[in-house]
Design a protein around this ligand. Structure first.
Ligand SMILES: C[S@@+](CC[C@H](N)C(=O)[O-])C[C@H]1O[C@@H](n2cnc3c(N)ncnc32)[C@H](O)[C@@H]1O
Length: 353
């Protein structure tokens, strides 16, 4: 096994697009790289891959990467940007994807079900048309690149960049605003889609390894990995729920399951979420046992991204890690929020080998 001899500058010049995925480690890659540069490993599991940026970082280090997430939209992201080494979307394909399909030919699931929820009716029809075009695109990697570009276009046009509320009215109301959000929300889907297709194309490369995207609950992953990187949903306290990514990104999950989407919409909730079985990682009653069984499950080096204010505490997790590994150390990074500079918290990386 080789230690990484790539310089930090080489690594952070990675061309991964800066997405607005909740909890993305995009801005922490340089620090993560510094913190683990003494570790020797060749294969790596990114168990909670989210935006895919950490998997992509490992790919840029020429590791054999396994990128897993319970969200199908994150799986598609990893297929498009991590597993895929060669496929790009041509200008002609992008133009064809953007061509409006005759109204009677495409489906109407978004237009019919989501009036006034996330996007305007014209935008809903644009999405229905785009989904028809994606389904007719030849080649799986081409399709996932198009889906990824559609996900990013939907996310950037949403207040808070999430789908956890019916709040189109927030975007449409005529009020004075502090930030330039309104301009961002109102740019067209066509403009964003084209931009994201180009960004995706620009970051595809071959690291001469077979990298694999996986879509399952972390507890079901089989296999041996030299290093296991874990970045589970954040939980603030025993009394709170962990970040519910399945709710935050429910709309993207629906986009991929277009044929069945209508049957799975929860009509009892105003934001009409696409319902899926909930991850146990948002349940404070189960969380400690989940960590414990995860740490026991794997043999390789464990690297856990955490937060000084998280529940369970770093102290409790460190004790748990001491029961399965000889060496446990924690690196910290003070982190200041852009929108509230008075708020300083600490990111932690717990490394156990
Ligand atoms: C904090 S985010 C990961 C962020 C990621 N490291 C990045 O930089 O973008 C946590 C991720 O865990 C995923 N997740 C939640 N429960 C899961 C489970 N049981 N198995 C696998 N992934 C899960 C969520 O879908 C979410 O993408």
């Amino acid at each position: 096994m080789r230690k990484s001899n790539q310089s930090v500058t080489e690594v952070i010049s990675l061309k991964f697009p800066q997405t607005r995925f909740q909890g993305s480690k995009y801005k922490l890659i340089r620090w993560i790289h510094k913190s683990i540069s003494d570790l020797a490993f060749d294969s790596v599991l990114d168990g909670f891959s989210g935006s895919g940026v950490v998997s992509y970082y490992f790919k840029s280090l020429r590791k054999e990467v396994y990128s897993n997430d319970i969200l199908s939209s994150s799986y598609i992201t990893s297929q498009a940007l991590v597993e895929n080494s060669f496929t790009l979307l041509t200008d002609q394909e992008i133009a064809r994807l953007l061509r409006f399909v005759s109204y009677d030919d495409h489906g109407h699931t978004v237009e019919k079900n989501f009036r006034g929820v996330y996007f305007t009716q014209d935008e809903n029809i644009w999405i229905d048309s785009m989904l028809y075009n994606i389904s007719n695109l030849e080649g799986e990697y081409k399709r996932v690149l198009a889906y990824w570009s559609l996900f990013q276009s939907c996310i950037i046009k949403r207040p808070f960049n999430l789908f956890h509320r019916k709040n189109l009215s927030l975007r449409m109301s005529n009020v004075r605003r502090k930030f330039g959000n309104k301009v961002t929300w109102d740019r067209t889907f066509t403009e964003y889609f084209t931009k994201f297709c180009k960004q995706a194309n620009a970051c595809i490369f071959d690291n001469k390894r077979n990298n694999t995207a996986i879509n399952c609950d972390i507890s079901l992953i089989q296999g041996n990995f030299d290093l296991i990187y874990l970045d589970p949903p954040y939980m603030k306290s025993r009394r709170s729920k962990g970040t519910d990514y399945q709710d935050y990104y429910n709309f993207l999950e629906g986009l991929i399951d277009y044929e069945n989407w209508e049957k799975r919409i929860n009509l009892k909730k105003k934001h009409l979420p696409y319902e899926i079985e909930k991850s146990a990682w948002i349940d404070s009653e189960l969380i400690y046992d989940k960590f414990s069984s995860l740490f026991e499950k794997f043999d390789g080096i464990l690297v856990l991204s955490y937060h000084d204010l998280g529940f369970p505490s770093i102290k409790d997790l460190t004790e748990l890690l001491h029961s399965v590994r000889k060496n446990v150390r924690t690196e910290y990074l003070e982190y200041q929020y852009v929108l509230s500079p008075q708020k300083v918290t600490k990111e932690a990386l717990i490394i156990a080998k």
